[in-house]
Design a protein around this ligand. Sequence first.
Ligand SMILES: Cc1ncc(COP(=O)(O)O)c(C=O)c1O
Length: 383
Amino acid sequence: MARNRPHPATLSAQGLGWTDPSTGAVVLPISPATTFERDPDNQYRRGRGYGRADNPGYDQPQALLTALEGGVASLLFASGMAAATVLFHTLPLGAHVVAPRVMYWALRRWLAIEDASGRLHVDFVDATALDELRRAVQPGRTRLLWVETPANPLWSITDIVGAAEIAHQAGAHLAVDSTAATPVLTRPLEHGADIAMHSATKYLNGHSDVIAGALTAAREDEFWQRLVAARSGGGAILGSLEAYLLLRGMRTLYPRVERACRSAMRIAEHFAGQSKVLEVLYPGLPTHPGHAVAARQMEGGFGGMLSIRVAGGAAAAIATAAGVQLWKRATSLGGVESLIEHRASVEGAGSPAPPDLLRLSVGIEDADDLIADLDEALVGSGQ
Ligand SMILES: Cc1ncc(COP(=O)(O)O)c(C=O)c1O
């Protein structure tokens, strides 16, 4: 790209190229201040009053995320769950919401509780089927269509362009949990979404040492202003150190995600068709039901997340997870270290995860090491 329009990878590596105007430092200082001095005439001409709304340490990571997502503004939150739940809570009491059956399980559970209490009315649907979305979204009543793509833990794909058309025709907003895709692979706002959401805990930070969330807007409309007010009013803010660490992680986002994608594809291809593995769920494989849509809306790779179904059921899957040495048996995703997890044990009743499913978050280690480790664990699982 031209020098005056650098590629997003350049913006990411350089943190938009910001330097400290007073020292020239290429890394901006952490801003721990919780309060800011008024001018003698009682004004806040420098634009900041209190740290809950105005932390200067948010400026660079928010501006960088906005640039990477192709949006107009971003907000950091204390966690991905905080970002999502603040968004749902800005809807009017009793609002109708459509959400996928296959999605991050803790948010699905939270939405089910909201539905049971009557604070929201939530219909859970198969978000891979645009017909089903069309039937569920009610013109004039539905306020928000929420989708996640690729979606935990089957890596189901939702067509964002189609979902946006359906939401907008009904007068609803479309929000996309883009945690697994990252802006490296998919920019939901460019496909018509109104809000892109991230658990920044995952790929954006990338080092398993920060819990954070983010929302990015396509427009600074009244809906967005309510979100801005809800963050400072509700107080679900990110700490100063976490904002600094998140930015540091975001500066290596592109090489981390690119490498994870390459390794995930190799791992998926290696285990597909093996007798000890019933099925590999990875949108990069032509056999995945969402492959064609993923190929259209994901650019440069299909992500670092995949799942395998182990022949022999839950016991064999758990034995496989027990047998790895390099993969870490841990929840979460998007870090530099590879993780393996028996999802049904985590998600419990109502989970779409088959009992034999292991979720794999591919890190940046050597792919051959990861394949060899999992191969040995599968052999040792007795299948
Ligand atoms: C896809 C997705 N969305 C949202 C969340 C929630 O994010 P957090 O753990 O940062 O609250 C997670 C966490 O695992 C996730 O995987």
